[in-house]
Design a protein around this ligand. Structure first.
Ligand code: NOJ
Ligand code: CA
Length: 600
C-alpha cells in the first residue's frame, strides 16, 4: 500500500505508465483499480467525481425488435458503459405515459412503461448495474403529470373532487383564459375543460397539466414517489423543470415583449410563472427525503435549473447547500461559440459560484442540438469534439454526457413536417423542427439500423453512423470513443477528481489553459486547449497561485519544470506539442495535458 503511494508522490510514474498502457492496449480497468488501491485521498461524495451519462431509453437499444429501445436494451449495454467509464446513468422517463412528450407526460410514477419492459426488467437492470458499480438516477417530473394520470382524471371530474386542488384550476376572464400566460410549447397556458367549465394551467403541452405544490396532499404524494424509487435502490433523481413549480396566485398578466416567437405567438416575459421562491422549500423537502432515507448512500439531486445568470442558478444549491447538489448551468451548455474567452469566463464564474456548490457541466441533452454539430465546422468535427471532451472532462466539476456524444453522433433533423414526432416541431415548423434530431438511435455498428434494432427504428440515424459507431471506433485507437475512455480514466485520478482549477492563459483569445493543482497525493497538472483552427505557440507562465510552489515563486516557465505529457489527442501528438523549452506548439484544436513538477 505505502509503496504505491510513495511511487505516485515521486512523479506519479504509475499514472504515466498507466496512461501509456491505455494508448497501447486500448485501456485496462485492472490498472485503474491497482492504482486506486491503498491511496487514501480525502473523502468526497461519489457524485462529485462520478461520470454521469444520460440515456434516452426509447433510443438506446432495442432488444425485442419493435423499433424502440427498452430497459433490457440498457441492461445489455452495461458492459459498454462500464468500459467507457460511466459511474451513473440518468434514464429519461421510462414510466407509463401516453408519450405525447415522449415520457415527460407521466400517467403512473411508480411503474415501467410496457413498451419499455416490466418492473422485473427494471429490477434486473438495477441489480446488474450494481454489480458493475453503476448507479441509476430516475427522471422525476415534478411540475406536471399527464392528463391521463388518475390524479388528474379525478381532479377534472368535478369542482368538489378531493383532488381538485392538486392541479391549478381557475375561472376564465372576459370569455377567454384567466390571463395571458403562454405555454413554453406554444399558445395559451390555459385549457378550458368543458365538464366543469374551468381552465387548467399547463406550462408545457395541454396534455401536461401543472400540479399544485401548495397542496399538502399533492406534495406528500410526490415525495412518496421519491421514496418508492429510493426503496428500490436508485441513487437519486434528475428533477425536470424545477423553475416553474409555482405561479403567482393572483395571476397577474406577464409583460408582453416585442416580436413573436417560433410558434408565432407574441413574446412574453415569464415573470409571474417562473422562479417563485417557494421552490426552495420543495427542494429542501426533497433533499431531506434523500438524506434521511434508510440505506440511501448520498443520493443526489441533479436539477434542470435555469436562470438569467450564474447567481440565480446557484441559488438552487440552497443557502447551506441543502437543496440540489448538482444544478444544471445551461449558460455553459448553450454557448454556441467555440470561444476560449467565453468558456474561460463561464468556467470561472461557475467554479466560483456564490453558493460554493460543486459544478456540473454538460454540452448536450435530449432537448438541444447535439454539440458535435453545434461546435463542429463541418471539416474538423472529430478534432473539435475531442477538444470539447478534453475541456468537459478535465475542468473541476462533474461531467454529464449524453448518449452517443462519445462516438460523435450528429443530429438528424426531420426533413418534412410529416416526419416530425415531437409536437413542438409540428406546431413550430419550419422555424422549430422539434427535438427528434437529437434523439436518434444509438449507433452501435455500421450495419443495418446502426445495430440498434432488428426492425426499422422509430427514428433514423444520421448517415454518419457508418463511420461513427461503437464497433468501428472501438477498433480505432485514435477514435473519439477511445479518447473519451482515456480522458475518463485520467479523471478518475487526482487532481482531476477533486483538485481546484486555476487559469494560466492570461486571457489568450485562442487558448484555454489551466492548472489542476495537486490534491491529495497527486501532482499539479496542466491542461492546454487550442480553440482555434490555426496552430498557436503558447508560453504558459505558472504562478504560485496556480501551482503548488512551496516558496510562492511567480511566473515560472515550463523549462524550469519537469513536464510529463499524459494524454495526447493522438498517439504522436504530445511530443510535437512540447519539444522542451518554454513553449507549447499547439496544432489547430490541439489538446495538451501534462503533469508538471518543479525540477530540483
Ligand atoms: C424538460 C424536458 O427535458 C423536456 O424534454 C420536456 O419536454 C419538458 N421538460 C417538459 O417536461
Ligand atoms: Ca423494444
Amino acid at each position: 500500500m505505502m509503496r504505491l503511494i510513495s511511487k505516485i508522490k515521486l512523479i506519479n510514474p504509475c499514472l504515466v505508465a498507466f496512461l501509456a498502457s491505455v494508448f497501447l492496449a486500448g485501456g485496462s480497468a485492472q490498472a485503474t483499480e491497482l492504482l486506486h488501491e491503498g491511496i487514501t485521498e480525502p473523502k468526497t461524495p461519489w457524485w462529485q467525481h462520478a461520470v454521469f451519462y444520460e440515456i434516452y431509453p426509447r433510443s438506446f437499444k432495442d432488444t425485442n425488435g419493435d423499433g424502440i429501445g427498452d430497459i433490457n436494451g440498457i441492461t445489455s449495454k452495461l458492459d459498454y458503459l462500464k468500459e467507457l467509464g460511466v459511474d451513473a446513468i440518468w434514464i429519461t422517463p421510462c414510466f407509463p405515459s401516453p408519450q405525447v412528450d415522449f415520457g415527460y407526460d407521466i400517467s403512473d410514477y411508480c411503474a415501467i412503461a410496457p413498451e419499455y419492459g416490466t418492473m422485473a426488467d427494471f429490477d434486473n437492470l438495477l441489480a446488474e448495474a450494481k454489480k458493475r458499480n453503476i448507479r441509476i438516477l430516475m427522471d422525476f417530473v415534478v411540475n406536471h403529470t399527464s392528463d391521463k394520470h388518475p390524479w388528474f382524471e379525478e381532479s377534472r371530474s368535478s369542482r368538489d373532487n378531493p383532488k381538485r386542488d392538486w392541479y391549478i384550476w381557475r375561472d376564465g376572464k372576459n370569455g377567454g383564459p384567466p390571463n395571458n400566460w403562454q405555454s413554453l410549447f406554444g399558445r395559451s397556458a390555459w385549457k378550458l375543460d368543458a365538464k366543469t367549465n374551468q381552465y387548467y394551467y399547463h406550462f408545457f403541452y395541454a396534455e401536461q397539466p401543472d400540479v399544485n405544490w401548495r397542496n399538502p396532499q399533492l406534495k406528500e404524494a410526490m415525495l412518496d414517489v421519491d421514496r418508492f424509487w429510493l426503496k428500490k435502490g436508485v441513487s437519486g433523481f434528475r428533477l425536470d423543470a424545477v423553475g416553474c413549480l409555482f405561479e403567482d396566485p393572483e395571476l397577474h398578466d406577464n409583460p408582453v415583449l416585442a416580436g413573436t416567437n417560433n410558434f408565432g405567438d407574441p413574446n412574453t416575459e415569464f415573470k409571474y410563472n417562473d422562479h417563485y421562491p417557494e421552490v426552495h422549500d420543495v427542494m429542501r423537502d426533497l433533499r431531506t427525503v434523500l438524506d434521511t432515507f434508510p440505506g440511501a448512500d448520498n443520493a443526489v439531486l441533479v436539477g434542470e435549473t435555469s436562470g438569467p445568470d450564474v447567481k440565480s442558478i446557484s441559488e438552487m444549491y440552497g443557502k447551506t447547500l441543502d437543496e440540489i447538489q448538482l444544478p444544471m448551468n445551461f449558460h455553459f451548455a448553450y454557448l454556441n461559440m467555440r470561444s476560449a474567452p467565453e468558456f474561460r469566463r463561464l468556467i470561472k464564474e461557475w467554479n466560483a459560484n456564490p453558493a460554493g456548490g460543486w459544478p456540473l457541466y454538460f454540452f448536450s441533452n435530449h432537448d438541444q442540438i447535439r454539440h458535435y454539430v453545434r461546435y463542429g465546422d463541418g471539416k474538423n468535427n472529430d478534432a473539435i469534439a475531442k477538444l470539447m471532451a478534453a475541456m468537459l472532462l478535465t475542468v473541476r466539476g462533474t461531467p454529464l454526457l449524453y448518449y452517443g456524444e462519445e462516438i460523435g453522433m450528429e443530429n438528424n433533423d426531420p426533413k418534412r413536417v410529416e416526419d416530425v414526432y415531437d409536437p413542438i416541431g409540428k406546431i413550430g415548423w419550419p422555424k422549430e423542427k422539434g427535438r427528434d434530431g437529437e434523439r436518434t438511435p444509438m449507433q452501435w455498428t455500421g450495419g443495418q439500423y446502426a445495430g440498434f434494432s432488428t426492425s426499422k427504428p422509430w427514428l433514423t440515424s444520421a448517415d454518419s453512423f457508418k463511420t461513427h459507431n461503437v464497433e468501428t471506433e472501438t477498433k480505432d485507437k485514435d477514435s473519439l470513443l477511445n479518447f473519451y475512455k482515456t480522458l475518463i480514466k485520467l479523471r478518475g485520478h487526482e487532481p482531476f477528481k477533486n483538485g481546484d482549477c486555476k487559469f494560466v492563459d492570461a486571457n489568450d483569445p485562442n487558448i484555454l489553459s489551466y492548472v489542476r493543482p495537486a490534491y491529495g497525493h497527486s501532482q499539479d497538472c496542466l491542461v492546454t486547449l487550442n480553440f482555434s483552427d490555426k496552430p498557436v505557440e503558447f508560453t504558459p507562465l505558472l504562478t504560485g497561485q496556480a501551482i503548488t510552489f512551496p516558496h510562492g515563486e511567480e511566473n515560472v516557465p515550463l523549462s524550469k519544470l519537469v513536464v510529463q505529457p499524459l494524454v495526447p489527442a493522438d498517439a504522436s501528438c504530445s511530443k510535437a506539442i512540447y519539444r522542451g523549452g518554454d513553449t507549447l506548439h499547439m496544432p489547430p484544436f490541439g489538446v495538451f495535458i501534462a503533469e508538471i513538477k518543479r525540477s530540483n
